[in-house]
Design a protein. Sequence first.
Length: 462
Amino acid sequence: MEGICAGSPRVKVTQGEVEERQVTLRIELDDDDLEPYVERGYRQAVGKMRIPGFRPGKAPRQIVEGMMGRESLISESLDFMVTDVIMKAVEDQEIESVGFPQLDNVEFDPVVVEAAVALNPVLDLGDYRSIRVEEDPVDVSDEDVDQELEALQKQQSSWEPVERPVAHDDLITMNVVGTIDDVKIIDETDSQFMVDPSSTLPLPGFAAELEGLEVDTPADFTLDVPEDFADNEIAGKKAEFTVTITDVKQRLLPELDDDFAQSVRDECETLDDLKEQLRENIQDATMRQNEHEYRELAIEELVVNADMEIAPLLIQNEIDQMEARRDEMMKRLGISEDDYNRFTGKTAEQIRDEMHEEAVEKLNRSYAISAFIEQEALEISDDELNDRLKQLAREGDETTGQKLTNKELRSERVKSSVRESLLIEKALDRLVLIAKGQADEESEDDSSGEEDEAEVAAPSTA
């Protein structure tokens, strides 16, 4: 399909067939179309040139163009030109695109730009009203309470020196040297270490080797580094350790009685009071965790039951953003990609595969929620928005604790962000009701949950 851009009469756009929710564009530019980009290239180039007889940046365009050539001036503004002509073509051809276009090719004689553009995904939620997710009961056992009580008891414990071999749960001081292939991986003096056999630091099995050792008696032992160890360079090798214990302390636990209860909770008079409070805290935490997991399961069901087609280019856009965030993190930490791969214990190919899977999952989730919002005709009223803005100004964000300033409260960007956040909350609350079979009958009558496929224009995140 061919078209002429309305804003630039001579630009011819050839639009390919839609395949996998993306389309190719071939944009041809004549000399008149290129003029603003050549001029832009000249202005970028002239300031960097030193031409006899002219002050820096003052040489006429015909002189610069004669020295560099027209194609070179176009190249100077190529990035701007490519982006500009693609976006104009998308707008003039009334293509409902999403994400960033992908430049496929640029030709210079004549100038032709070829690009791929992702279209809005097509998505059918199916009979989402039939989604049901079973709720897990909240059951707090005496064992759960005892574990919390034991943790509190350990927090209130003290340490006393003992003259005996090292035992489980001791706090020791030691000198330790560890080598792999005669290269030191650890060399510490007067290092404190908690003897917990379940610990995997510095290597699995290290803590167990310490039990039974005597003070001031050097001991040597060998550990196998696991094949799946995070550091690929030492995975599967043998580590040699020399350890000398210099001090051993054992933990003194306070008695579990009413005095203990009063010392850890002012509002508790007795140990039974403390146990009841712990039981209530565990129940509240478990309920919150169950609610979060239930919501996630409901979203998973929504996505699984949906039939959607998302452009590969859109998935690649998401991967590019993930890679950019990873690269920025590596730059801040001052590590190379090879170091990153070694620390994660994964190859570059494995990381890319994981990013692809994560990108697909994120996009499926976002577009499914957006389609759900549209199909349920959910909206946020001005009153709801204002109430949330006032709450943010008064109490601050739940995550950061940061309160909104008066200027931020008037910002359309902030209002839009808060409105979207509220809309997602309302959607997920509604989805949970459906999954529990508690959706009101009136809403059930308003929407059968079965509609034709529709394009989803704007994703939401949750």
